[in-house]
Design a protein around this ligand. Structure first.
Ligand SMILES: Nc1ncnc2c1ncn2[C@@H]1O[C@H](COP(=O)(O)OP(=O)(O)OP(=O)(O)O)[C@@H](O)[C@H]1O
Length: 592
């Protein structure tokens, strides 16, 4: 195993640490179960040798019958041995199967949970770049390969290796020539299995591709059925589907032919070995070099030996593909989290709200500056309205305040402390946010409102909803506060979702408020209700409000105008004429 693979394997073992004992028990049971496999033909051997040919019983059984044994007892003993071994073997299988399931599922659960937890803590820049599908695939499918590797690949590999070695050892003790002959068959058999496995894999992939081609024809046709009908193309599309479906049949036939040939060759190989052993064995028995019972054991092992060889060969190559998937899952683990645990952070002191931005610049991509040279001083209780045309950097400024991203240069201070020196979750806890598209979770209205403070009482939830002008519509819903909002709040209107988001901000009671276009997707009537609720919410809190609606700006005492990432002006306590001027400018821009 290359060094990298070995390092990865060690990482997997460390990840599996809480289950080492369980995995150890499974290995032990598997190895013990091998002795039962070996003992399987013993009953038959005793029946043949001691029942019919009057040979003495094997030493470890003879001790139980000091006075000798009659034919009837030998028969009963053989039958009892066959039954007893089968019973034990199946009990073992049952226990091992259950333990494998417990260990496998727990391994996956722990790995997935750790990975999920880690992914949530990756920077927003990472999520923006990678998207969600890739992370989802790695957590859902790649991580599950930890079970495949340890339980499906390695456990059977250990068991089969021990079984194979033990069978060869027993055979060797009975007849060295036979075991050496069998050893000679193993290398070509391994080669044959490896070559065939690679070929089958490719053929199965081809079958899957043909199947998905046939499916896509169906999908396309049923999705565009009106056009198909209007052009009268039904028969041609049916032919197109049949052509693709025929490729599936051809592919399946190729797999079937290859498998049939493989099993024919393997079957013949073992028939030749069995015939050879019978031929040589017959003379050995005739010349008293071996008993018939011993030959029976050897032939039984020959019949069983293909299983372990097959398992070992296939699993060695499957381990490679499991490790490749696990590597992808670990690659996600190795992405640095946004919070650097190595840096000592101070707890956030009680927020007074003095924000100071000094020469702050920022770029998502070094080639394009989004904010540059931002200088701003805010006093406790200030309500800052941020305006500017689309793409001017308003939301990016909020992202910097929330530490979703870090400035490329410059500093942001809160009450004299660099915000990067404050513990991240402690810092973010000082904020409540309301976005243009509020994100609700698929639980009840009450749980959504109490999201930032799950311990809130029902009275507090109702009070927050009343403050957010939401109580009335909530009470009109069939289950009131216990109504399920559906995925992302799909069962509620935009205005209702927004008021829930405002209630959520009320209940969090954070000293700093960020609002990003909270009213821009609402109709006029709803907007008025939301503005009224926001008016109550901003009282006594440091507020950053991004908006295109200049009416909403009347709630603010400072206006910051951004264009192309730079400050155009910052006006404290603007006169109504200033706002009117900005309104005129915006109307002009919109007309353009
Ligand atoms: N995650 C991102 N990655 C790269 N570029 C981004 C990202 N988010 C925004 N930008 C770019 O940064 C610039 C500023 O975007 P930002 O969203 O801050 O503007 P905005 O003033 O809030 O615009 P709008 O009013 O349309 O919401 C834009 O050019 C935008 O394309």
């Amino acid at each position: 195993m290359a060094t990298k693979k070995r390092a990865l394997f060690i990482r997997v073992l460390v990840q599996a640490r809480p289950y080492w004992l369980l995995l150890g028990v499974i290995v032990l049971l598997n190895v013990l179960a091998v002795s039962l496999v070996l003992l399987k033909p013993l009953g038959l051997k005793i029946l043949i040798d001691s029942g019919f040919n009057h040979a003495p019983l094997p030493g470890f059984i003879a001790g139980f019958f000091p006075g000798g044994i009659d034919f009837r007892t030998v028969v009963l003993l053989s039958v009892a041995l066959v039954m007893g071994i089968a019973l034990l073997e199946n009990c073992y299988k049952l226990v091992i199967w259950l333990l494998n399931t417990v260990a496998g599922e727990k391994l996956v659960l722990r790995f997935r949970s750790n990975l999920f937890d880690h992914v949530q803590r990756l920077s927003l820049a990472h999520h923006d770049n990678m998207g969600t599908a890739d992370a989802l695939y790695r957590i859902q499918y790649d991580a599950a390969n930890i079970k495949t590797l340890l339980i499906v690949n390695i456990m059977p590999l250990i068991t089969s290796s021990v079984t194979l070695l033990a069978m060869l050892a027993v055979m060797f003790s009975i007849n060295a020539t036979f075991s050496l002959m069998l050893l000679g068959v193993i290398p070509p058999l391994v080669l044959l299995i490896r070559k065939s496995a690679a070929k089958w894999k490719q053929q199965w992939n081809d079958v899957k591709t043909s199947e998905s081609n046939a499916m896509s024809v169906m999908n396309e046709v049923l999705g565009a059925i009106r056009i198909i009908k209007s052009f009268g193309r039904e028969s041609i599309e049916a032919e197109r589907f049949t052509d693709r479906a025929n490729e599936v049949v051809d592919g399946q036939m190729r797999v079937a032919r290859a498998s049939a040939w493989f099993y024919f060759v393997v079957g013949m190989l073992f028939a030749i070995v069995t015939a050879l052993f019978m031929y040589v064995g017959a003379y050995d028995i005739h010349n008293n070099r071996m008993t018939l019972g011993e030959l029976t054991i050897i032939l039984a092992y020959v019949a069983q030996i293909y299983g372990p060889i097959d398992v070992i060969t296939r699993n060695i190559s499957d381990i490679q593909s499991s490790l490749t998937s696990i590597k992808r899952a670990y690659a996600l683990f190795d992405e640095p989290q946004e919070f650097n645990a190595a840096v000592q952070h101070v707890p956030c002191p009680a927020v007074r709200g003095r924000f100071s931005l000094k020469n702050v610049s920022f770029a998502y991509d070094p080639a394009k500056t989004v904010l540059s040279g931002i200088n701003l001083e805010l006093q406790p209780g200030d309500r800052l309205g941020i305006i500017g045309s689309t793409g001017s950097g308003k939301s990016s400024l909020l992202s910097l305040l929330l530490r979703f991203h870090d400035p490329s240069s410059g500093t942001i201070q809160l009450d004299g402390l660099d915000i990067h020196s404050i513990g991240l979750s402690d810092y973010r806890n000082q904020f409540a946010i309301v976005l243009q598209e509020p994100l609700l979770l698929s639980t009840t209205i009450a749980q959504n409102i109490a999201y930032g403070r799950p311990e809130a009482s029902r009275e507090e939830i109702v009070k927050a909803a009343k403050n957010a002008n939401a109580h009335e519509f909530i009470m009109n819903l069939p289950a009131g506060y216990d109504t399920q909002v559906g995925e992302r709040g799909a069962k509620l209107s935009g205005g209702e979702r927004q008021r829930i988001a405002i209630a959520r901000a009320f209940i969090k009671n954070a000293p700093i408020l960020l609002l990003d276009e909270p009213t821009s997707s609402l109709d006029m009537h709803t907007e008025q209700m939301v503005i009224e609720a926001i008016g109550r919410l901003v009282e006594g809190r440091n507020t950053f409000l991004v908006t295109h609606r200049l009416d909403t700006l009347r709630l603010c005492n400072i206006i910051l105008h951004l264009e192309k990432g730079k400050i155009v002006d910052v006006i404290r306590d603007p006169a109504p004429s200033y706002l009117e001027g900005k309104k005129a400018l915006y109307t002009q821009q919109l007309q353009l």
